[in-house]
Structure formats: structure tokens, C-alpha cells
Design a protein around this ligand. Structure first.
Ligand code: ZN
Length: 351
């Protein structure tokens, strides 16, 4: 795992609909790899690997979404507190008592903290998002405006990437910057494999607004029209005390998680057979994600056009959709190896 690259991606600011910083970072990495890319009107990045040819060939598309869960300002109180609306699934319990970062209209980051009721006056009520305010130290609404923050300004719970022991890492937005990191590493590894790339057209995309209901990917599919689609993700991992085995969903350290069914897709058994055969042949450990939790861009993609072969492969991440997810670089490395092997063996599935 390229720890440095994952750190840069994880620390980057990109709530759904406000992915500009992540886009800039990924754009600079693609340019460095001499990979041409374009940005569509929704803000998705689409890159084609290998050289352009006029011959019609089957197409593979691997996608990771750039956006992360966050919020925007809903209302500014006269006293200068900020009320918020969440972007994607953020639990109110996660928002309470957190350090946050907001982005102003002049692209400055403003630090704040979410309000909590002191235990001395607490009414024992579980907070809702509408009960939580952000305090940036402002004395009035005018103070907030002076900082170029307004209704609609985006923010997120802040956290800086950290390495733990046992090859485990903590960071925000692993869903889905871990996917972005995997695609960049994969592009570096096989982007120059001309023999492979001559067999089919190979695309990678970095999509927007997945957390808002799989919105960005539809435009990518209209553009690329792939024959095989892979959503490369960071997924739920709840292998923690207090939960029964059927609720673990995935386990840290057991390898890439393959989705057989989630809220958006029942994966074609032919594709499950294909990917598990590839894993076994290459001695790559894997696990099945427990059905039917979560959803990915595959849920949107498989029913588009005239039907598209779609698969989801993910790195297990504990504490997903909080400010600090945890992943194992061993799972990451096995996922990268699996993606590389899948691309190399994909020819029969593309027929
Ligand atoms: Zn995701």
C-alpha cells in the first residue's frame, strides 16, 4: 500500500457535491502518470488507459467515488452558531462533540466544534442532527459572514491520517478514498501494459456524489458504456465486541470483500464464479460481504443501458462514516492484487 498516497487522499476535503480538492489531487497524480483524463459536467473524472485505437473492443470500467459524507450549513443563528444538513449517512451520535472543518467561498478552511449539552443540564435525550450546532467562535451572524461562510457552505468532521501498529491505519473518508488510492496504484501498475490494453479498452473513473444516492456514476456510464464494471470500495466492517457474527458484515484482515447482494444489486452468479476463481487461482484470500447491508455504484450501473455486468470489491473498513475509519494494509494489498488479476483474466467475461 502506498501509505503516503492514501494519507493525501484521506486528508483531502471532499463532501458530496464539493469534491474539487480531491479532483485536483487525483488529476495531478494522473498527469504525473502521463494518463489522459477528462472531467464531465457533473465533475466525474474519466481516464482511459493505454493508447487510442479505432478498432471496436470490449470495455472495462473500474470506478471509485471521490466524495465523502459531510454536511452543509442550513441556517446561521443570530448568535453565530451554524445549523447543518448532512450530506450522506452521518449519525447524529457521530456528529456530537467533534472537531469540524468548513470551507468558505474564498476556499479557506474554518475550524469549529459541534455543540454538546453539558452533562449537568442534559435531558437524557438522544440528539438529532437538527439539535446539533457548530460553534466556530463567532459572536454573531455578521462574524460568520465576514469569514465568507453562508447557507450552503460545506463541511466535514476533521481528522488527520495516522498509522497504528499491526499494519492498521486510521483516517477519515476511507469510503471511498481507499478505492481512489487502489485505482491510482492499479493505473501505475498496469496502465503501461500495452499487450493487455490492446485486448480491450480500459477505463478508470473517479465519480462524484455516490453518498447522495449514486448520482455521479450514471453520467460516467452514458459516456463509457462498459461491458464490465467494477465498483472499488471501502466497506462496512463491524467485527467488534457486542455484535453477533451475522452482523460483522466483513472482518478486518480476511481480504477483499465481494458483494453477493446488497440493497441495490443481486450480483450475477456468473460474475461471482469468475472473481472467486481468479482469487483462488492467484492464491488471494477473499470474503463475502454479509447480505444485504449498504449499497454501491454497482446498484445503479447493472440496470443501466441494456444491462451491464457489475461487481463490487471492497476493502473492509471499521467505523465507516465516522471521522476515523480503520483498515488493514494487508487487505488493501490483497485487493490490489485481486483487481490486477481480474483485469488480466477478464477477456472471457467480456464476450
Ligand atoms: Zn462508498
Amino acid at each position: 500500500m502506498d501509505n503516503k498516497l492514501l494519507e493525501e487522499l484521506s486528508n483531502s476535503f471532499g463532501p458530496s457535491g464539493f469534491e474539487a480538492d480531491v479532483k485536483k489531487l487525483i488529476g495531478s497524480k494522473l498527469t504525473k502518470l502521463k494518463i489522459a483524463f477528462k472531467e464531465d459536467k457533473l465533475g466525474n473524472i474519466i481516464a482511459k488507459l493505454g493508447s487510442v485505437s479505432s478498432k471496436k473492443k470490449p470495455k472495462i470500467l473500474l470506478d471509485a467515488h471521490m466524495d465523502e459524507v459531510g454536511f452543509i450549513i442550513k441556517h446561521i443563528t443570530r448568535g453565530g452558531f451554524l445549523n447543518i444538513v448532512t450530506l450522506g449517512g452521518v449519525a447524529p451520535s457521530v456528529l456530537v462533540s467533534s472537531l469540524v472543518k468548513l470551507k468558505s467561498d474564498d476556499d479557506k478552511f474554518i475550524t469549529g466544534v459541534t455543540t454538546t449539552t453539558p452533562p449537568h443540564v442534559s435531558k437524557d435525550k438522544k440528539p438529532e442532527v437538527e439539535d446539533i450546532y457548530i460553534d466556530i467562535g463567532a459572536k454573531s451572524a455578521a462574524d460568520v459572514e465576514k469569514l465568507n461562510l453562508r447557507v450552503g457552505s460545506p463541511g466535514l468532521i476533521d481528522f488527520n491520517f495516522k498509522k497504528l501498529f499491526n499494519q492498521r491505519f486510521l483516517g477519515k473518508a476511507f469510503d471511498d478514498r481507499v478505492g481512489c488510492c487502489l485505482l491510482l496504484e492499479l493505473a501505475k501498475k498496469i496502465g503501461k501494459n500495452t499487450k493487455l490494453i490492446n485486448e480491450f479498452e480500459f477505463y478508470i473513473s473517479f465519480s462524484v456524489q455516490e453518498e447522495m444516492g449514486l448520482r455521479g456514476i450514471a453520467a460516467v456510464i452514458e459516456e463509457v458504456e462498459p461491458d464490465l464494471f467494477l465498483a472499488v470500495e471501502g466497506t462496512i466492517c463491524a467485527d467488534i465486541p457486542g455484535l453477533s457474527d451475522d452482523k460483522k458484515i466483513t472482518e478486518l484482515g480476511l481480504g477483499p470483500a465481494i458483494t453477493v447482494m446488497d440493497r441495490g444489486i443481486v450480483t450475477n452468479p456468473k460474475l461471482i464464479k469468475f472473481i472467486t476463481n481468479v482469487a483462488s487461482k492467484n492464491k488471494i484470500p477473499y470474503q463475502f460481504k454479509t447480505p444485504a447491508f449498504g449499497g454501491t455504484n454497482s446498484g445503479m450501473v447493472h440496470k443501466m443501458k441494456k444491462g451491464i455486468n457489475a461487481l463490487t470489491v471492497a476493502v473492509p473498513c471499521r467505523y465507516i462514516h465516522t471521522q476515523q475509519g480503520m483498515l488493514s494494509s494487508t487487505d488493501y494489498d490483497h485487493t490490489l492484487k485481486l483487481l490486477e488479476s481480474v483485469v488480466k483474466a477478464a477477456k472471457p467475461v467480456l464476450k
